[in-house]
Ligand binder design. Sequence first.
Ligand code: ADP
Ligand code: MG
Length: 250
Amino acid sequence: MIRIQSVSKNFGPLEVLHGVDLEVFRGEVVCVIGPSGSGKSTLLRCINHLEAPTAGVVWLGDESIGVRESRGQLVEIPPAELARQRTEIGMVFQSFNLFGHMTVLENIIEAPIQVMGTPRAEAETHARQLLEWVRLEGKESTYPRQLSGGQQQRAAIARALAMRPRVMLFDEPTSALDPETVGEVLSVMRRLASEGLTMIVVTHEIEFAREVADRVVFMDDGRIIEMGSAVQVLDDPREERTQRFLSRIL
Ligand code: ADP
Ligand code: MG
């Protein structure tokens, strides 16, 4: 479903991704682990073209994200087309970035109405179903600041799902949460995984990865160092760098 093909990313003279290759299949959950600064967020942001790769291409199915080939060269596609592609890729960030001036319901219906042209009534019906699904029924008229971190993150997940994405990207969705609300967010993500949604999850929650990931990817210094089943990478890592990282965080 997603093919990351030789993706490199430079910020000025600094190359932070060095030709990353990764394929994620339909219905698969891939957890990405690795030290801070290893390029995990940049890789996710390259997938939905929040960052344009300096080299390489990301494919969603048979469509290249953000670029198209023209006379043998890759050129950026128009913003409207990129916006349409992005509707297929949901993203949830570490800092629950809900719109603060909008209620929970307004947050969820905004993009379906504005980007997809969904009629308001239909968008609201779907939003209420999603709120129930993330166990936030009754919070429709609440503003984000009135919610706990865990509730905000569940609302952010509902907002991403409102676009009916084919893939969901999660960038450390629980690392800014109070410990007592981490579980409720992981439980929503676990249910999404069991429903067969394709997910790429950057996380430090090793127990979650062990339980939910079909594959675990270990990144260091802008490269995939090791990749395999959760059991193989987490319990029996081959690479010394993976072993060192896991021994530090476990
Ligand atoms: P991770 O998510 O694994 O902690 P990041 O992808 O955030 O790593 O960052 C990888 C490297 O890229 C870091 O050295 C970081 O400082 C650098 N970096 C990330 N974003 C930018 C940016 N917009 N401009 C310059 N450097 C950046
Ligand atoms: Mg990061």
